[in-house]
Design a protein around this ligand. Structure first.
Ligand code: SF4
Ligand code: SF4
Ligand code: SF4
Ligand code: FES
Length: 955
């Protein structure tokens, strides 16, 4: 689906109003919503008024005076961008006088602008150039010799874009984009009059300022002042293809602007329903990994992990993998092998992997990385509300009056949604943050949390119960909602439970560490402040009581009637781009597509009929069970597509011991990742730019992934799975991923109405999409819950087994940072390392001082599971007693220290709570030394010098 390179710019944002006005523009009748600017009304009617400071993603500013119009009966020449259309108005956009005025404006701009259009990076895509043409500028009467800015210095500090002040027309669009769209307030116009210039921070280079490289200012800039370096190097693109970002669960839509098969730049799509034209540094700029020299493009095999890799043909690799899997099953039994579905791959690819396991392997040993992130969401929301998914659209936050963020750090992990949320907060919505750390949202420009409850890690359930206690005991419940919509008996049991004195904020204060008065205040605000929405992340799910906390969140939403309409709801902020989708399409060992249990004979029968095999009625192995079984000697073979379990799963030594005990590990990936170092077959994967398919984001929104270049290794991932299945003797036959989606839709009630064709028509679809909801379902549980009546569930706080002791007196919690992504395989291979080149241990200055730790010094972090060494960062964002790190670099070994404790219901690891001791040291840990040796050997066995990934974790 090729797109126009530039989307139409209507000049000012769309206004929504039930009232309409009709006016006449250049003799044409135009009807628009009240509040629409004359400029936009004209554009909607097909008349483009010249403009420079206006763009439809920003509120009008009225500074350039190029958009002047004549209005019958009015004096002067009002700016059409700032003048609202009125009923009966008669507007002229063209006249000799207007032409002369506009030409005069352009003359002034051009007299202080370099005349290097032919060699300028924006040539052919520059609004200033366009306006010079539109206004008929032929000469500049003032000449070019006067005082000017043509010698201004370029700022090239940012790895992705340049700022060339000589080309700036001071239209303010960038400043407004940074404020209105991104909410970072990194830019100002410094100086006055002729001296005025755009300035990041305090006249700093971009890289030293608050700028987070979201790209909104570049998008807004009408000239080449702010310009992508790739465009400077490669020139303007020639075509574009709309696709979906492959990083986080926001699921931003981008136009991949291309020259042949090369990406020139990624531009967030204005009509992208998840992002509405915004982006973050990862989606917009960090796509270079897709063509990085570390890509492995040839299939490889080896008998033992100590053998060198041997490049072979696709045929040989696939035949070898199939024969090994069959050999293992013959020797150790049907259940001795399994597969892992990637939440980074498409829905169609995930569906095929689980289908291969259930058909060709003949068991249910399939799992996905959602196991280690949001499996408690699936479980908890299914129990309480009846559906394993979030309830809203992202846009719904525009109607929220109170926003409760618990265990999530959206400005780092879900940045585009964070910008949307911050906009609503700037408009006056109230904010409650429940997080052990002082995350950015607690206080950032023009945003301040009304309540920050800095609880101790591992006490979410205690906190949620004490919030519920206040709501119940102070009579703040939505009694009508509960009576009509929820199971009465379960509600009464829950109400009586949370009302117990032991659940009061005062009683829980010692457990949570949060002042009871704050908890009471937050609970009152949540229950009485209007539309209240809850957003949560892995800080809720990755706990021993992860599922309990999710149910506690659903309880709170039901108790206050905050479900089933705009502005409210329960919103899990999903981590990976397709974690929702991989769960939807049956990647769990106990569920067939559409969250139907394998023990349900009707569902099983449906799939048995369609697939022509018998499906096992018992759930298969979860990922941690696969590891245990491998160490027991009963699990010997694994097909792992697009996941790096060695780096991402807890207790690394346990994982690597399990992998080392297996006989055939088939890794399908784009890079030689940590897991591939234990593999026997390597099947080259394809990046999101190389295939067709769909991703499903955190809003249940299914969006198209479109191929912009051919697969570098010859096949898209889905084609490889098809070929593997065929060699295993189970016939798969698909011409295109659309056929796979058609099969998913046929077999899954919530997907019945989904097809590629429909997604192309609608832009994207939020499931359920079927006969009852042919256009999809933006908001769930509107009149009744999916399970009929909502079910309150008692959420008793049980302290984690992971206790602090004298030996391990601190709690380690983990998270992400904006510039890096999860295991870092992609972002570490981009210039994003300039922001974060190693994982650091954040520690409160008091804890550091007690231990003689200095900022930037090496520290060892020891837990019951293992130890590792990182550099320390002293930070008052931490509370004393709690330390924090990210896990983006394999060498830092954050998961060497995390334990095997997990959620009672789903086995989701307790990444967020590990008791540790931290001490200054001078050298890497034993594990790190061993890792370095092993990694070097594995790269040598690869037979080519893989370029070292930039990492300063261990010197
Ligand atoms: S890139 Fe984003 S954060 Fe940086 S100055 Fe531009 S708009 Fe602001
Ligand atoms: S940098 Fe671009 S957007 Fe910003 S004021 Fe200058 S010309 Fe306008
Ligand atoms: S917010 Fe997420 S989906 Fe959007 S551009 Fe950033 S990483 Fe990609
Ligand atoms: S576009 Fe209206 S004043 Fe600049």
């Amino acid at each position: 689906m090729l797109e126009q390179l530039n989307e139409k710019d209507f000049g000012t944002p769309r206004r929504i109003s039930e009232q309409e006005v009709t006016l006449e523009i250049d003799g044409m009748q135009v009807t628009v919503a009240a509040g629409t600017s004359i400029m936009r009304a004209a554009a909607e009617g097909g008349v483009n008024v010249p403009k420079l400071c206006a763009t439809d993603s920003l509120e009008p500013f009225g500074s350039c005076r190029l958009c002047l119009v004549e209005i019958e009966g009015r004096k002067g020449y009002p700016a059409s961008c700032t003048t609202p259309a009125e009923q009966g108005m008669k507007v002229r956009t063209q006249s000799p006088r207007l032409q002369a005025l506009r030409k005069g404006v352009m003359e002034l701009y051009i007299s202080d602008h370099p005349l290097d259009c032919l060699t300028c990076a924006a040539n052919g895509n520059c609004e200033l150039q366009d306006m010079a043409g539109v206004t008929g500028l032929r000469e500049v009467r003032y000449g070019y010799e006067g005082e000017n800015h043509l010698d201004s210095k370029k700022d090239e500090s940012n790895p992705y874009f340049t700022y060339d002040a000589s080309k700036c027309i001071v239209c303010n669009r960038c400043v407004r984009a940074c404020e209105e769209t991104q909410g970072t307030y990194a830019l100002t116009i410094s100086g006055r009059g002729f001296e005025s210039r755009v300035s990041p921070g305090q006249d700093q280079p971009f890289m030293d300022s608050e700028c987070v490289s979201c790209g909104a200012c570049i998008q807004a800039c009408p000239t080449a002042t702010l310009q992508e370096k790739t465009v400077i190097e490669m020139g303007q693109a020639e075509h574009s293809v709309v696709t979906t970002c492959a990083y986080c669960g926001v699921g931003c839509s981008f136009r991949a602007e291309m020259k042949g098969n090369e990406v020139v730049r990624m531009v967030p799509a204005k009509d992208g329903q998840a992002n509405e034209g915004h982006s973050c540094v990862k989606g917009r700029f960090a796509w270079g990994y897709a063509t990085h020299q570390d890509r492995i493009l040839k299939p490889m095999i080896r008998a033992k992990i100590t053998d060198p890799w041997q490049e072979v043909s696709w045929d040989e690799a696939l035949n070898h993998a199939a024969s090994e899997f069959r050999r293992i099953q013959k020797k150790y039994g049907r259940d001795s092998i399994g597969g892992i579905v990637s939440s980074r791959c498409t829905n169609e690819e995930g569906y095929l992997v689980q289908k291969l396991v259930r058909t060709a392997f003949g068991n249910n040993n399939v799992d996905t990385c959602a196991r280690v992130c949001h499996s408690p969401t699936g479980y908890g929301l299914k129990q309480t509300l009846g559906e394993s998914a979030g309830t809203q659209t992202f846009k719904s936050v525009e109607h929220s009056d109170v926003i409760l963020v618990i265990g999530a750090n959206p400005t780092d992990a879900h940045p585009v949604f964070a910008s949307r949320m911050k906009k609503r907060l700037r408009e006056g919505a109230k904010l409650i943050v429940i997080d052990p750390r002082h995350i950015d949202l607690v206080r950032s420009p023009h945003v301040q949390a009304d309540f920050h409850l800095p609880l101790k890690p591992g006490t979410n359930v205690a906190m949620l119960s004490s919030l519920a206690h206040v709501i119940v005991t102070e009579g703040l419940m939505a009694t009508d909602f509960i009576a009509q919509r929820c199971e009465d008996k379960a509600f009464r049991q829950w109400r009586d439970f949370v009302a117990l004195p032991e659940n009061s904020p005062e009683a829980m204060q010692d457990i949570t560490g949060v002042d009871a008065g704050l908890v009471r205040g937050a609970a009152r605000l949540f229950a009485t402040g209007g539309n209240a929405a809850i957003y949560y992340g892995l800080g809720v799910t990755e706990h021993a009581q992860g599922s309990t906390a999710v149910m506690g969140i659903a309880n709170l939403a039901m108790a206050t009637g905050n479900i089933g309409r705009e502005g409210v709801g329960v919103n899990p902020l999903r981590g990976q781009n397709n974690v929702q989708g991989s769960c939807d399409i049956g990647s769990f060992p106990h569920e067939l597509p559409g969250y139907r249990h394998v023990s349900d004979s009707t569902t099983r029968h449906l799939f048995e009929q369609a697939w022509g095999v018998e499906i096992q009625p018992e759930p298969g192995l979860r990922i941690p069970n696969m590891f245990d079984a491998a160490l027991d000697g009963s699990f010997k073979g694994l097909y792992c597509q697009g996941e790096d379990i060695v780096q991402s799963d807890p207790n690394t030594q346990h994982v690597t011991a399990a992998l080392a005990a297996m006989e055939c590990i088939v890794v399908q990936d784009i890079f030689m990742n940590e897991t591939a170092m234990y593999a026997h077959v390597f099947l080259p994967g394809s990046s999101f730019l190389e295939k067709d398919g769909t991703f499903t984001n955190a809003e249940r929104r299914i969006s198209r992934v479109r191929k912009v270049m051919p697969p570098k290794a010859g096949y898209a991932d889905w084609e490889v799975t098809v070929q593997l299945s065929n060699r295993l003797g189970y016939r798969m036959d698909y011409a295109h991923p659309s056929g796979i989606m058609d099969e998913i839709a046929r077999m899954t009630p919530t997907f019945h109405g989904v097809s590629f064709e429909k997604i192309d028509q609608l832009g994207s679809i939020q499931w359920p999409c079927n006969d009852e909801a042919p256009l999809g379902t933006p908001i769930m549980h509107v009149d009744q819950f999916v399970r009929g009546k909502g079910k309150f569930i008692i959420t008793k706080y049980v302290a984690t087994d992971e206790k602090v002791t004298r030996k391990f007196p601190l709690i380690l919690t983990t998270g992400r940072i904006l510039s890096q992504y999860n295991v870092g395989a992609q972002t570490r291979r981009t210039e994003n390392v300039q922001w974060h080149e190693q994982d650091l241990l954040e520690i409160h200055p008091h804890d550091a001082e007690e231990r003689g730790i200095r900022d930037g010094g090496w520290v060892s972090i020891q837990s019951r599971a293992g130890d590792t060494v990182l550099r320390a960062k002293l930070s008052e964002r931490m509370q004393p007693g709690v330390v924090y790190t990210t896990f983006h670099f394999p060498e830092s070994g954050a998961n060497v220290i995390t334990t095997e404790n997990s959620d009672w219901a789903t086995n989701c690891p307790e990444y967020k709570v590990t008791a540790v001791q931290v001490m200054p040291v001078t050298e890497p840990s034993e594990w790190q030394k061993k890792y370095t040796r092993f990694s070097k050997v594995q790269h040598a066995l690869l037979g080519k010098a893989a370029s070292p990934v930039k990492d300063k974790s261990i010197a």
